[in-house]
Write a protein that binds this ligand. Sequence first.
Ligand code: 5GP
Ligand code: ZN
Length: 116
Amino acid sequence: MDDSSSPDCLFCKIVKGIIPSNFIYEDDTVVAFPDISPVAPVHFLIIPKQHFVSIMDVPVELIGLVHQATRDIVHQEGLATRGFRLVNNCGSDGGQVVQHVHWHLLAGRKLTWPPG
Ligand code: 5GP
Ligand code: ZN
């Protein structure tokens, strides 16, 4: 981890292994791990290793790498056929609680729309 990590950030601590998690995917720039409070039978969090607060801060080039990682995870987890939902909560009205950008990958049941 380079010095772009944020010392008090929960997800930076997960990336560094200070807080234990079970990575289901890892490459040079992205990791994914199960959400601690799943809202669907499949609920992973996909994050860049580097600390950015929100989708508004992430370099566009990195978005592409996250997207490619997401596709790989979808195939790895066998979700391509039945589908999934990818969610990014941004800011207070968006419901973002953890201030390290992340995408929720939800699957395993028919998900309702619209969300609350
Ligand atoms: P947000 O509301 O910011 O979009 O989502 C934050 C997510 O992080 C929530 O779904 C919450 O359950 C998850 N979360 C919070 N703390 C932890 C933790 O320590 N470990 C893991 N794996 N997930 C966490
Ligand atoms: Zn962070």
